[in-house]
Design a protein around this ligand. Structure first.
Ligand SMILES: Cc1cc2nc3c(=O)[nH]c(=O)nc-3n(C[C@H](O)[C@H](O)[C@H](O)COP(=O)(O)OP(=O)(O)OC[C@H]3O[C@@H](n4cnc5c(N)ncnc54)[C@H](O)[C@@H]3O)c2cc1C
Length: 457
């Protein structure tokens, strides 16, 4: 243990900043392991309206446990753990819908990418012609041309998760096990980390170990360990040395009638690496969520040091160009729905690392600060299990190979290409800049007061 760092025990005070997907999963795993003094802060009531996990649905696919020799061993370990979680954990299992997935693409790069998701041991059918795709759903649903699509239909071990309900389920269980949630504005909004012996002459005074956090209402929370799980907003708390790139994606809903929602029930997830994806409508509110696929939007701002930084902001509207892509996906697949008004839309932010591996490690200069960030646009499906890995790191018992993959690794980001598409396709096949967007959707009630109040630059 580092000098000056207190011994970790089940009664140690642990502060988690961020009650989103990873913060909540961590709280749950810590409570299950017997930690009795866990507090979670968030600036929004649960589930936070800016959490990337506060969503109707997310895609989730299972993988088989890897061999030690697997070159992608660490990633596969994470996936194997989530698969077990959704199969066996009563907190998460009811929220997983094993309806299968249709994976497809138009471009050669997109096709290559989806092949990586082609796992042995599952029931798979190759899809080459439009009719092959149309047959994956009951007649009258995929009525569009689906022209030029290629891919496969995986019928088991894949589907979607009711994301918001899974998040809520984990919150309720964590509370039942004694975790204290302080989630509201301004009391739960962390504004800065507190350091032991801050030295004003060095590094903006941010030296010394992290011993707590100050919230917007000027209250100070002290803890033996602080876990930073603020998703896309994490790099406002410390210098991540370019390891994180806040990146946004776009989603929209259309409302269906209860009868329609019933007839679109139990569809396989449809994913196209070049055009976007959708899942069956939500059976409670009869809303169909659709995402256009693209390498992401950044909000580039030039700092005083001349470096550009992507700064997230919450908005319950999307660029018109994105809305058009969503309608193009519907025209290709379900033209009968293509002109329906959107009932909701939003930007949804996540933080990309250079290699899209997670970042779960103690900060080298602040040994009581554990970083649980860098979900890289694929971190929701891990909700049953990621908190277990974060707890392992906290306790110093994460498997070495896994710890190496998710370590603090600024050397990777030294000459970071901020415009790297990170093997994502669709849209304009490039990372787009929100500063250049002039036309946005105008969906009624698209903002809430708290979003306006705290976030928009
Ligand atoms: C459109 C879209 C579709 C996606 N689809 C999938 C998918 O199909 N499958 C999948 O696995 N993943 C998917 N993802 C990715 C996944 O949602 C994220 O990787 C994951 O939810 C990130 O979890 P997180 O805990 O890091 O961040 P979040 O869930 O965003 O949590 C961050 C939390 O920090 C809080 N916070 C921020 N600032 C502060 C502050 N100053 N003080 C206190 N609290 C603060 C926020 O309110 C929030 O609750 C998708 C993402 C997007 C955007």
């Amino acid at each position: 243990m580092m000098p000056g760092v207190s011994e970790l025990s089940h009664s140690s005070s642990i502060l988690i900043i961020g009650a989103g997907t990873w913060g909540v999963s961590t709280a749950l795993h810590l409570a299950r392991r017997g930690y009795t003094n866990v507090t979670v802060l968030d600036e929004y009531p649960q589930p936070s309206q800016i959490s990337a996990g506060n969503d109707l649905n997310k895609i989730c696919s299972f993988v088989n446990p890897p061999d030690e020799s697997d070159k992608d061993y660490a990633n596969q370990i994470f996936f194997a753990a989530l698969s077990k979680g959704f199969k066996e954990d009563p907190i998460f299992q009811p929220h997983f819908h094993e309806v299968g997935i249709v994976m497809s693409a138009l471009s050669p790069g997109g096709l290559q990418q989806i092949q990586k998701r082609n796992q042995e041991g599952f029931d798979m059918t190759e899809l080459n012609e439009p009719e092959d795709f149309q047959k994956t759903m009951p007649s009258g649903i995929l009525t569009g041309p689906v022209r030029g699509w290629k891919g496969f239909w995986r019928k088991n071990g894949a589907g979607w998760v009711h994301a918001r309900n899974a998040l809520l389920s984990a919150i309720v269980e964590s509370q039942r096990l004694g975790v204290n949630f302080n989630c509201r504005y301004p009391q739960g909004k962390a504004v800065r980390l507190l350091h032991r012996n801050p030295d004003p002459t060095n590094n903006n005074g941010l030296t010394g170990d992290v011993i707590g956090v100050e919230t917007q209402d000027n209250k100070r929370y002290f803890a033996s360990r602080v876990i930073l799980a603020t998703g896309a907003n994490s790099d406002q708390f410390l210098d991540f040395k370019k390891q994180l790139r806040p990146t946004a994606w776009t989603l929209a809903h259309i409302r269906m009638s209860p009868e329609e929602a019933k007839s679109y029930a139990n569809l396989p997830v449809l994913f196209n690496a070049d055009q976007g994806f959708f899942m069956e409508p939500d059976q409670d509110n009869h809303e169909l969520k659709i995402c256009d696929e693209h390498p992401g939007y950044c909000n580039w701002v030039i700092g005083a040091d001349g470096e550009r930084r992507s700064v997230p902001f919450a908005r319950q509207q999307i660029p018109i160009e994105s809305a058009k892509r969503i309608r193009a996906l519907l025209r290709a697949t379900m033209p009968q729905l293509a002109d329906r008004p959107f009932s909701f839309a939003r930007l949804c932010w996540c933080a990309d690392t250079v290699d899209r591996n997670f970042l779960i490690d103690f900060h080298p200069d602040h040994p009581s600060l554990l970083l649980a960030v860098g979900a890289s646009g694929r971190g929701f499906a891990h909700i049953p299990s990621i908190g277990g890995f974060i707890a392992d790191r906290l306790e110093g018992r994460m498997e070495a190979k896994v710890a190496a993959a998710v370590r603090w690794r600024p050397e990777q980001a030294l000459n970071r290409n901020w415009d790297d598409t990170l093997n994502r396709f669709g849209g304009q096949y490039k990372v787009m800049n929100l500063q250049e967007i002039t036309e946005w959707t105008n969906i009624p009630n698209g903002y809430t007061e708290s979003l306006l109040n705290t976030k928009n630059p």
